[in-house]
Design a protein around this ligand. Structure first.
Ligand SMILES: [Zn+2]
Length: 93
């Protein structure tokens, strides 16, 4: 059996209660709106929209990190150029 995903409503850990076939999942959070729902684990873990959003989020985070790295490189180059300009205006080589 693959690892159970967290509850989509509250993010709590999910358990597989003992039953006649042992293939159901349920949320253990007493405050969760689906607390008493028992669902087949394959159906529980099938979340195409959530999976797509996670893939999109990872791709966007990768783009963000790349842009931050580019920005940091540009910042370092500008600081170096500013330093050279300051040396030039101070009259000292
Ligand atoms: Zn829950």
């Amino acid at each position: 059996m693959s690892k159970l995903k967290l509850c989509p409503f509250c993010g709590s850990v999910v358990i597989t209660p003992c039953n006649h076939n042992g293939k159901n999942a349920t949320c253990i959070n007493n405050s969760c709106p689906i607390r008493y729902l028992r669902m087949d684990v394959i159906l529980w873990n099938t979340r195409p929209i959530e999976d797509k959003l996670q893939t999109d989020n990872k791709r966007l985070l990768d783009i963000f990190n790349d842009e931050c790295a580019i920005g940091a490189k540009r910042d370092a180059e500008l600081k170096e150029a500013l330093s050279e300009i300051e040396v030039y205006h101070s009259g000292r080589p």
